[in-house]
Write a protein of this length. Structure first.
Ligand code: CDV
Length: 305
């Protein structure tokens, strides 16, 4: 048994005028609560340091747009999180907006070990939303304007005595996300998300948000014999209601912890990484049962399908 105690640190709304310091205070509070509960890894949401700014078209206030990105990780403000993690002996996953020295913008996450060292960084592969201002929507979803598509794919990292993977929000809806990591023997996939309840391109999906959230993450866990930790920034943020429902899912597909609020909330669960073997070595023994030669279409470039 390789037991990892994980804290899923859900956040409630972050206002437009909240300072980084105020937000980091909330993250540190959750990290300390997790540490008090014996957690070794704390998982925060996507874009956990700011309000979900892609909801606004910000071309007339470029300085505000720039203020939402981190140019260093750790940087002057986020160093506090790394110091706290090291002194508590607790690792963390954090979603944030990244602005590189070359001027590239990504929706990113980092995984940090219990000694405060960065294990790996992930840049969001599946970017939802739109590129141009669409004033007829009740709010924007301009991820495709404010970020580039992550170029690095889905890696895995040996950390926390297991094999860890990262994804962000919309990635969780795509089976390839989990499968590419499962092919690298992933044992726990960490996923931060911001999911508005209103989906402008097809509002008939609105009442299904909660069902779809469970459906995709439970299927991803079971079909790949991996733990999945999904963590929301939920609640009513700047007039937009987002799904909360953070959860920790076992390789069996069963939800073993689920948030009951839409605010800052910590879920703690003991995750036996050896549970993955039950699935990876039986029903989903990839070497024995997969038929990749039957799946060739999946990896063809889009225009050739
Ligand atoms: N932040 C996201 O990636 N949100 C998307 C919404 C826009 C559909 C999601 O998949 O939850």
């Amino acid at each position: 048994m390789r037991s990892l105690r994980v804290g899923a640190a859900q956040l409630g709304p972050i206002t437009r005028d909240a300072s980084r310091g105020e937000v980091i205070d909330r993250l540190v509070t959750l990290m300390r609560r997790g540490s008090d509960a014996g957690a070794q890894l704390i998982v925060f949401p996507e874009l956990a340091l700011t309000t979900f700014f892609p909801r606004w078209y910000l071309d007339d206030v470029p300085e505000e747009l720039d203020s939402y990105y981190e140019t260093e990780m750790p940087g002057p403000q986020t160093q506090r999180l790394f110091d706290e993690a090291k002194s508590l002996g607790v690792g963390f996953y954090l979603g944030y907006a990244e602005l590189t020295p070359e001027g590239k913008r990504y929706n990113s996450s980092v995984l940090v070990e219990r000694d405060g060292s960065i294990v790996g960084r992930y840049r969001k592969v599946h970017l939802p939303g739109h590129e141009e201002h669409e004033p007829d929507r009740p709010f924007q979803h301009l991820e495709r304007r404010y970020f580039e598509e992550g170029p690095d794919g889905f890696g895995v990292w040996a950390a926390f005595d297991g094999v860890m993977g990262m994804a962000l929000c919309n990635d969780r809806r795509w089976p390839e996300t989990y499968r590419v990591m499962a092919l690298q023997r992933v044992e726990m996939v960490l996923i931060g998300y911001n999911t508005p309840l209103h989906y402008a391109p097809d509002p008939s999906q609105n009442p299904l948000q909660s069902f779809h959230n469970r459906l995709v993450m439970q299927a991803g866990a079971y079909q790949n014999g991996t733990w999945v930790v999904g963590v929301a920034k939920g609640g009513l943020e700047e007039g937009v209601e987002s799904l909360a429902q953070s959860m920790i899912i076992a390789p069996s597909g069963q939800i073993i912890a689920e948030a009951v609020t839409t605010d800052d909330e910590l879920l703690v669960a003991d995750c036996d990484l050896d549970w993955c073997k039950h699935y990876k070595e039986t029903l989903f023994d990839f070497d024995r049962y997969r038929r990749p030669e039957m799946y060739e279409l999946i990896t063809q470039p889009k225009s050739e399908q």
